[in-house]
Design a protein. Structure first.
Length: 101
């Protein structure tokens, strides 16, 4: 299957393997996707810094990739990981903790 990076970035939903909890949403370009496949850890593209970053590189809170699947249109990734430490930069386990409704 060929992913379509023609628009530059694909959203990547990161889910914890054991709990099935959604941990975070980040973006991948073709290079970060290839580095993820090569290394078995998550690599993303920072829209604000305009550069690649490896989850856990500075914090130690890494993500070991267990599976990568795509949606029906091949324009969104669901990446299942083994999470070490919190996924969120705030120190929370998941980035999704602000309840609206």
């Amino acid at each position: 299957m060929k992913l379509d990076f023609s628009k530059g970035l694909l959203p990547a939903i990161i889910m914890e393997e054991k709990t099935k909890e959604v941990l975070m949403l980040a973006y991948m370009n073709e290079e970060s996707f290839e580095k993820t496949l090569e290394t078995g850890t998550t690599w993303f593209y920072s829209r604000s810094r305009q550069q690649l970053w490896n989850k856990g590189e500075t914090s130690g809170n890494s993500q070991k990739v267990k599976s990568i699947i795509t949606d029906c249109d091949s324009d969104t990734l669901l990446i299942t990981v083994e999470q070490t430490g919190p996924a969120c930069h705030t120190g929370k386990h998941s980035c999704f903790f602000n309840v609206i409704f």
